[in-house]
Structures are given as C-alpha cells and as structure tokens.
Design a protein around this ligand. Sequence first.
Ligand SMILES: [Zn+2]
Length: 86
Amino acid sequence: MTRAKKFKLLLIVQLIVTVMYKMIPIELTYYMNSFFIVGMALGAYLILKAIVYACPNCGKHQIMLGFFKYRLPTDNCYVCCEKIDS
Ligand SMILES: [Zn+2]
C-alpha cells in the first residue's frame, strides 16, 4: 500500500471513530470512552504525519501547504511528480 493510500485510509478510520463517538450518549467520564481515546490518539498521529509528509526529492510538503491550506496526498509529488512511497 502506498503512503498516500495509507494516509487516506487512516483519515476514513478517524472519521468513523468520530461519528461513533458522537453516537454514544454523553457521560461524565467521556475520556474513558474507548472511541475518545482512539480518536484523540489517531488524530494526534495524523497531525504529526501531515506535518512531516514531504517529497523525498524536492522536500515540498504534500499535505500542509500553509496554515489554512491543505490538500490530500497523491502517489506522486505535486511539484516534481516524483513517486512517493514507503
Ligand atoms: Zn517533489
């Protein structure tokens, strides 16, 4: 599986976890909810992944283009078209 596909899959998992968390009635111990724990851990992981996701050839960031500008990663670099995997 390529790096871009893996990232998109994790984004979908994050979305499902968030929806599942919202479906569960609110309790006082919401932080003990397993969906909350998984959602927060996966969210932090995805943010870190998005920050370090760069092209190995030209070093351009593939997801975070700016503070408010994002894009979904593709198999090839959007600047130099170098294949990004691993
Ligand atoms: Zn590149």
